[in-house]
Design a binder for this molecule. Structure first.
Ligand code: SOE
Length: 386
C-alpha cells in the first residue's frame, strides 16, 4: 500500500488544518504511506470549489452520501460540525471506509458508542482528532512520566482558556448553538483537556463540575468563518444554548487529583492550552502558546541550582525532530495535525488501530457526560456508572 485516497467532509478551520497536514506528508515524511487528496466535500458549491483549488484537492463534491459510494475513496475525514459526525461516521463505516473524525466525537456518549461499534463491525480503522497529543513537548512529558522521572503523580491541572466571545455583541455562531455544537467550551476545549489527561495520567474515575453561560443572548450572524463572524446593525438576537465555561474537579484511578477549566471568557487568553503535573520527584508545566517548550523541575537536582528549567522539545532527539528543521528552529500548531496523520498512516502500514481512536473518543465523551450529570445533580459522579 503506497497511498490512501482521502475524501474530506468540511472545509473551514479544521478542513484547512487537515489539508495543510496532508500536503506536508510527502515533503517531510517521505517514507510514510501517503494521503492522496482526492475529494473535498461541502454543501456550498461556490465555497467548496474555492477551497478545493486553494487547498489542493483533485475534486470537490457537495453530497457526502454520493462520496461514500465511490470505490476510489479509502478514508473519510470528518471535520464538519459535531451534529453530523455520527450519521456520516456510521454510514461511512457501513460503506467500508476508514475514518478520521474531529473531536468531540459525538453529541452524547450513546452516539459515540454507536460510532465505535459501527467502525468495529465494519473492521475499519478509526481515529479521533486529539491533535495536541502530537506536540513534541507533550510527548516528552509523557516519556518523563512513563520512565518514573516525576515519581508518583499527585496533581494534574489542565486549563484551556480562550476569549474570542467575551464581546457580548459577538454573533451567535454555530459553536454557541447546542443543536449544532452539542456543547460549548466543555465539548470544544474540555474534550482536549480530558484527552490530554487520559493520555498523560490515565483513567479519570470521579468528577464534579460547574458551568456558566455568561451572555445569554447574542445577535444572529450574517457571516461566519472559523472563529470569526459578523452581524448587521440592530440584528435580531437568539439564545446561547451552550456553556461559556465549564470547570470540574476529578479523581484519577491511580489516586492523583485533577482540576480542569475550559472557558471562552478568559480575557487576554487567545488560546492558552496548558497543564501542570506534580509528582513526588518532579513537575512539568506546558503551555501551547509556547508549544516547543516544556518546563521541568527535578527534586534531585543539586539544591543550589534547583528550579524549573526550560527544555526545547524540538531539539535533536525529541519526537519528530528529524523530520523538520535543524535544532532550535521551532514548529507550530499545524505540525500537530501532520504528526497525527503520520500516526494514521503508520497504523495502515502496521495494520493496527491508530491512537487516539474512537475508543479514546468514547472515553472522553464518558467524562464529558459525567461532568454534565454532576452539574445537574450537584454531586460527585463515578465515570464508570455511565
Ligand atoms: C475553537 O475553540 C478551537 O478551534 C477548537 O475547536 C479546537 O479544537 C482547538 O484546538 C482550538 O480552539
Amino acid at each position: 500500500m503506497k497511498s490512501i485516497n482521502i475524501g474530506m467532509i468540511g472545509y473551514k478551520f479544521m478542513g484547512k488544518a487537515h489539508s495543510n497536514a496532508y500536503r506536508a506528508l510527502p515533503m517531510f515524511f517521505p517514507n510514510s504511506i501517503q494521503p492522496k487528496m482526492k475529494v473535498i466535500c461541502g454543501r456550498n458549491e461556490e465555497s467548496v470549489s474555492v477551497a478545493a483549488e486553494q487547498f489542493g484537492w483533485e475534486e470537490y463534491a457537495t453530497d457526502w452520501k454520493e462520496l461514500l459510494k465511490r470505490d476510489d475513496i479509502d478514508l473519510i475525514d470528518i471535520n464538519a460540525p459535531s451534529n453530523v459526525h455520527k450519521e456520516i461516521a456510521i454510514e461511512a463505516a457501513k460503506a467500508g471506509k476508514h475514518l478520521y473524525c474531529e473531536k468531540p466525537l459525538a453529541f452524547t456518549l450513546k452516539d459515540s458508542r454507536e460510532m465505535l461499534r459501527a467502525a468495529e463491525k465494519a473492521g475499519v480503522k478509526h481515529m479521533v482528532g486529539f491533535n495536541y497529543r502530537f506536540t513534541p513537548a507533550v510527548i516528552l512529558a509523557k516519556k518523563l512520566i512513563e520512565e518514573g522521572r516525576l515519581g508518583k503523580i499527585y496533581h494534574y491541572r489542565g486549563w484551556f482558556l480562550q476569549d474570542w466571545i467575551t464581546d457580548p455583541d459577538f454573533p451567535l455562531v454555530w459553536r454557541l448553538q447546542e443543536e449544532i455544537a452539542g456543547s460549548g467550551a466543555h465539548g470544544d476545549l474540555g474534550a482536549h483537556l480530558i484527552d490530554m489527561a487520559h493520555y498523560l495520567i490515565g483513567d479519570i474515575s470521579e468528577v464534579i463540575g460547574m458551568n456558566e453561560t455568561f451572555i445569554k443572548e447574542r445577535p444572529l450572524p450574517t457571516e461566519m468563518d472559523g472563529l470569526t463572524a459578523t452581524s448587521g446593525e440592530g440584528t435580531e438576537k437568539g439564545p446561547v444554548t451552550v456553556d461559556d465555561a465549564t470547570l470540574f474537579l476529578a479523581k484519577f484511578a491511580n489516586g492523583a487529583l485533577g482540576s480542569f477549566e475550559a472557558t471562552r471568557f478568559a480575557t487576554g487568553h487567545r488560546s492558552t492550552n496548558s497543564f501542570e503535573i506534580n509528582g513526588s520527584k518532579g513537575s512539568v508545566i506546558f503551555d501551547f502558546e509556547r508549544m516547543n517548550e516544556l518546563q521541568v523541575f527535578f527534586e534531585d537536582d543539586a539544591e543550589d541550582v534547583q528550579g524549573f528549567r526550560r527544555v526545547l522539545a524540538t531539539d535533536t532527539g525529541h519526537a519528530y525532530s528529524e523530520a523538520w528543521w535543524p535544532s532550535g528552529h521551532a514548529i507550530g500548531y499545524e505540525h500537530t495535525f501532520t504528526h497525527a496523520f503520520v500516526e494514521l498512516m503508520d497504523a495502515f502500514r502496521e495494520d493496527r488501530q491508530p491512537v487516539p481512536n474512537f475508543e479514546d473518543g468514547v472515553k472522553c465523551q464518558q467524562v464529558l457526560e459525567a461532568v454534565d450529570l454532576s452539574i445537574e445533580q450537584k454531586k460527585w459522579i463515578k465515570v464508570s456508572d455511565l
